[in-house]
Ligand binder design. Structure first.
Ligand code: G3H
Ligand code: 13P
Ligand code: ZN
Length: 326
């Protein structure tokens, strides 16, 4: 592993202040996943132009893809780019779905300002113990930690989340107290990926379980709640993908109104990955089909980046309400 660096040396901030403002402010901080340069440029451009605080997040897979040291300097570049645009937006670099203490520790050492330890699949007491261990290490470095209770349905399950996988509100207070986490991801009916609900002909997307969210909120008032699997699976992109040779029939996500409602309540971090992937894929497919002789990646990735900027601005302004909150 490379040199140890503290995130403050990179110009990054942890999520504490961001969440404090968002919780009482009726909006959610956007957490956009990235793996490459164009995605990160688009996130910075859109968030600087809408003056939105932002969490740039990387999964374990993204870290393996992009290289941890490369990510550190990309995050530093993101801060510098925003400042050069004349923007003072706070930026956090967050590990998404960390699955071990060692991974979280490595990210803290390499300049992450926030980590998620996802022990949601473990028995309760094991989740508590693992999360507590990560919190102790991370807090010693002033890095904030996200934990998770309740399991989101996997794409492969092909079902809406089973009742048993929803967060049990009666566990949250004990979990927060025992672990010392700074935020808590809960399961209220969202799932990861582009196929969130299996709908029959004419069926509408079922509402998220706002009753569970309200119960959680009642038990830990003012505590920052995180919503994963929150892409809307923008149908305009699905159509473009299918029109230009793709095959994504039945792709469906969480309606924007439901996310707005969640953002206005205790949810203060909303994770979006799939919508960005769809925007890039739609635009690259369209460009390739219409420009068969073009072979400069800047041309097709440039089109994708332009679309991503528009998508992220829309999310910040209309869905999360984070625009103007930096
Ligand atoms: O929650 C998962 C994120 O969408 C990251 O996905 O593991 O394919 O990078 P990934
Ligand atoms: P989506 O797949 O809905 O974009 O969810 C992303 C996510 O939760 C990342 O942790
Ligand atoms: Zn997630």
């Amino acid at each position: 592993m490379g040199d140890t660096v503290h995130y403050s040396e990179l110009g990054l901030v942890n999520t504490r202040d961001m969440f404090k403002k968002a919780v009482g402010g009726g909006y959610a901080i956007p957490a956009y996943n990235f793996n490459n340069l164009e995605q990160l440029q688009a996130i910075v451009t859109a968030c600087a132009e809408t003056s939105s605080p932002v969490i740039i997040q990387v999964s374990k897979g993204a870290r393996n893809y992009a290289n941890e040291t490369m990510l550190r300097y990309m995050a530093m570049g993101a801060v510098k780019m925003a400042r050069e645009m004349g923007s003072k937006i706070p930026i956090s670099l967050h590990l998404d779905h960390g699955d071990s203490f060692e991974l979280c520790k490595s990210c803290v050492e390499s300049g992450f300002s926030s980590v998620m330890i996802d022990g949601s699949h473990l028995p309760y007491e094991e989740n508590v113990a693992l999360t507590r261990k990560v919190v102790e290490y991370a807090h010693a470095h002033d890095v904030t930690v996200e934990g998770e209770l309740g399991v989101l349905a996997g794409i492969e399950d092909e079902v809406v989340a089973e009742h048993s996988t929803y967060t049990k509100p009666e566990e949250v207070e004990d979990f927060v107290k025992k672990t010392g986490v700074d935020s808590l991801a809960i399961s209220i009916g969202t799932s990861h990926g582009a196929y969130k609900f299996k709908l029959k002909e004419g069926e509408e997307v079922p509402p998220l379980r706002f009753d569970i969210l309200e119960d959680v909120q009642r038990r830990i008032p003012g505590f920052p709640i995180v919503l994963h699997g929150a892409s809307s699976v923008v149908q305009e992109y699905v159509k473009l993908i299918n029109q230009y040779g793709g095959k994504m029939d039945g792709a469906v996500g969480v309606p924007e109104e439901q996310l707005r409602k969640a953002a206005a309540s205790a949810v203060c971090k909303i994770n979006i990955d799939s919508d960005g992937r769809l925007a890039v894929t739609a635009k690259v497919r369209e460009f390739m089909a219409n420009n068969p002789g073009e072979f400069d990646p800047r041309k097709y990735l440039g089109e994708a980046r332009k679309e991503l900027v528009q998508l992220i601005k829309h999310k910040n302004e209309v869905v999360l309400g984070s625009a103007g909150k930096a």
